[in-house]
Design a protein around this ligand. Structure first.
Ligand SMILES: C[S@@+](CC[C@H](N)C(=O)[O-])C[C@H]1O[C@@H](n2cnc3c(N)ncnc32)[C@H](O)[C@@H]1O
Length: 462
């Protein structure tokens, strides 16, 4: 017999908090304050992850339970103001200015002056965000960075950003680039999702050029092609940088656990298909020096990738252990001796019919021993007791997908709909996707921290 949902949620929260605080105490640390800028933790204790996730899921469910439904629904319906406000502070470099100001913060008059914007309006934007715990209002009209807002900071000086605005996101962790992308291409495309639903021509379309993005920007081309137009140089560079943010998902318990990379023979060839500027290959090449890599992408991305690698990891290019190759993945795959075809965030960019074409070309070029590794978000069901991912069960009355904790996969699913008319997939949808392409699902490993997964497929010999 369960206690009431409210009591059950409150028990999950209090027992989780007590575990979290005692774990910190064991490491001689205290839990970081929301008022302080973010600093990487001084210790790594895997025992913290599960209680933290349960507390977050329970706290979000408690807020949903206790709030008046009108208040909850208006929070959702007006969420575009959060996106646009974050876009403004990222674009005007407020987090960088506040880092330089330190914990005492800065008056909106000075923020306006340093950021080259209107003091009164930026003050209202900052108060709106501070009310959501993003930034801290230290005294009336004086704002400082807190744990959340400090993440927007690129780490660059204002002078540096102003001198080279197109390079603002180069060599940054990528989160500020992602904010810029959501607050520009993301929100503009999202505002046309309703139109795409209403139009019978686009409602059930599988056409990648029939996305809300195409309406929003009046662009008769795919997002990736559009990014390469000369007037979109900042967007092109910014999108490349967003891929770096997600690199933290390439950890031993995701990509690396999916396949026994170490046991691949010396000089085995890994092809990073649609590998972008090589963010993932960068991690693999360092972890597995016995392997060779080819990063395939569109020509403009390949040129950008070579530039970056020349600066960051030139020895790998000089040895020819890593090389870039211009290749359109809708054409037959030129590499016929790959040990692994690796695709991160590729299948989610394309409607099923198109994603199948990509996989079929890889199937046609594979050896009997070649593996296909797809790294992507797997969408978990929100049904209590059944996430559909095989993840372990969660306590009553939490949602099987832990609600807020795994929000990212469904958020990116919406983003894929808006940008590319494509989608994230459930496990069942991945199985359907590979049918007839020459691959069969062998294993799935999902990161303990979320729904980012590596799906390993074996080649079906004809
Ligand atoms: C979401 S990004 C992922 C990049 C990389 N896999 C990563 O995880 O960092 C998708 C990539 O697909 C590339 N792409 C799009 N269309 C392509 C095509 N027809 N052939 C090859 N690459 C393509 C884009 O240029 C972009 O780099």
């Amino acid at each position: 017999m369960h206690s009431s949902p409210l009591s059950a949620l409150s028990q999950i929260i209090s027992s989780g908090i007590s575990t979290i605080e005692s774990t910190y105490a064991t490491h001689g640390a205290t839990f970081p304050s929301l008022d302080e800028p973010f600093r990487p933790p001084t210790f790594d204790d895997p025992g913290l992850l599960h209680p933290t996730q349960l507390v977050i899921a329970a706290a979000a469910q408690l807020i949903a339970s206790l709030s008046h439904p009108a208040s909850s629904i208006l929070d959702g319906a007006s969420a575009h103001y959060i996106t646009s406000s974050l876009g403004v502070v990222a674009d005007t470099n407020v987090a960088e200015v506040l880092r330089e100001a330190g914990p005492q913060g800065l008056h909106i008059r000075d923020i306006g002056e340093r950021c080259g914007t209107d003091s009164s309006k930026i003050g209202r934007v900052l108060r709106f965000l501070a009310t959501l715990h993003i930034f801290r209002e230290v005294s009336p009209d004086v704002f400082a960075n807190n744990r959340i807002s400090s993440i927007i900071d690129t780490g660059k000086t204002i002078e540096d950003i102003k001198a080279r605005p197109l390079e603002k996101y180069d060599d940054t962790p990528g989160i500020s680039a992602l904010i810029g992308h959501f607050a520009d291409e993301g929100i503009k495309s999202a505002s046309y999702v309703l139109d795409s639903f209403r139009d019978t021509e686009t409602l059930s379309s599988q056409d990648p050029l029939a996305a809300p993005f195409n309406r929003a920007f009046n662009a008769p081309m795919h997002f990736f092609e559009w990014c390469e137009l000369p007037e979109n140089e900042l967007r092109f560079r910014r999108f490349g940088a967003t891929m770096k943010d997600s690199i933290s998902t390439v950890t031993p318990d995701t990509a690396l656990a999916g396949l026994d990379w170490k046991s691949l023979k010396k000089d085995s060839l890994v092809v990073d298909v649609g590998g972008g500027i090589g963010s993932t290959t960068g991690v693999f090449a360092k972890a597995f020096p016995h392997l060779r890599f080819v990063i395939q992408d569109r020509s403009a991305v390949v040129a950008e990738g070579i530039q970056r690698w020349k600066q960051e990891y030139p020895e790998a290019l000089i040895d020819n252990r890593v090389r870039f190759q211009e290749h359109n993945f809708f054409e037959p795959q030129p590499i016929k001796d790959a040990s692994v075809f690796f695709l991160r965030f590729i299948t989610h960019d394309w409607p099923t019919e198109y994603a199948r074409k990509i996989l079929k070309h890889l199937g046609d070029a594979a050896l009997p021993t070649t593996k296909l590794v797809i790294m992507d978000n797997i969408v978990p069901y929100s049904v209590p007791g059944n996430s559909g991912t095989g993840a372990s069960s969660v306590p009553y009355p939490l949602l099987a997908n832990l609600g807020r904790v795994n929000f990212h996969s469904v958020r990116i699913d919406m983003h894929m709909m808006a940008l590319h008319n494509s989608q994230e997939r459930t496990v069942g949808q991945f199985q359907e996707l590979v049918e007839g392409t020459g691959w069969k699902l062998e294993s799935i490993s999902t990161s303990s921290a979320g729904t980012m997964s590596s799906l390993v497929f074996a080649h079906i010999s004809q």
